[in-house]
Design a protein around this ligand. Structure first.
Ligand SMILES: O=c1nc[nH]c2c1ncn2[C@H]1C[C@H](O)[C@@H](COP(=O)(O)OP(=O)(O)OP(=O)(O)O)O1
Ligand SMILES: [Mg+2]
Length: 198
């Protein structure tokens, strides 16, 4: 289908690169778009799908290689699905710690039963910048937002995301465990199937 030994990851997030590379194994080498450019494209889409495609096309254009993009985020029930596609920008670009603090504040006094949330991941793979048929795969992960941060692993909102099936926060899971059950793992599972890698 395409030469998957040279796949560029359209992401400047080191946490994503680590997780996706671990899931793909050694048969596919993911190269970061950071090797080619430090300019991040503006994520102007209104959906995870649109932003994933936009990032993948941009990376393919810059690198000349097939490109994989991951657009992901946290949809909190009590907030009507926010921050959603704006998760990375929730605290106006001040970073993970500020995002987490803002989320804790937004859910202050909200009881446990109303703290449901989903991590969402959309993966988009394009063979070239103008590919008319991107491969799209989605994964969801259901959990709850904690009332305080817990755990040191992972990135982003992991310290605030309670994983009911394991009784720990996402940041308390080992990387290997997170990579078995996360939203990203589910999306990658579908992608591997679509590519005939499993
Ligand atoms: O497994 C996860 N564990 C914790 N947090 C996560 C996860 N997956 C996504 N997230 C959060 C991080 C960021 O606040 C937003 C993604 O935003 P998103 O634009 O897709 O990624 P990004 O800007 O960090 O890197 P890039 O766009 O270059 O791929 O959702
Ligand atoms: Mg981003």
């Amino acid at each position: 289908m395409m030469n998957l030994k040279q796949l560029v990851l359209a992401s400047h997030n080191a946490g994503k690169l680590k997780e996706l590379q671990a899931m793909l194994g050694e048969s596919v080498q993911l190269r970061s778009i950071g090797e080619f450019s430090s300019v991040e494209p503006e994520e102007t889409g209104l959906s995870f799908v649109e932003n994933a495609i936009l990032k993948a096309r941009n990376a393919a254009r810059i690198s000349g290689l097939p490109a994989l993009a991951d657009d992901s985020g946290l949809a909190v029930d009590f907030l009507g699905g926010a921050p959603g596609i704006y998760s990375a920008r929730y605290a106006d670009g001040k970073g993970d710690a500020a995002n987490n603090a803002k989320l804790l504040d937004a859910l202050k006094d909200v009881p446990e039963a109303e703290r449901g949330a989903q991590f969402v991941c959309v993966l988009a793979l394009v063979r070239h910048a103008d590919d008319p048929l991107p491969i799209l795969c989605e994964g969801l992960w259901h959990g709850r937002i904690l009332t305080a941060a817990s755990g040191e692993h992972g990135f982003g909102y992991d310290p605030l995301f309670w994983v009911p099936e394991r009784n720990v926060s996402s940041a308390e899971l080992s990387p290997a465990d997170k990579n078995q059950i996360s939203h990203r793992a589910r999306a990658m599972d579908l992608l591997r199937q679509r590519l005939g890698l499993k």
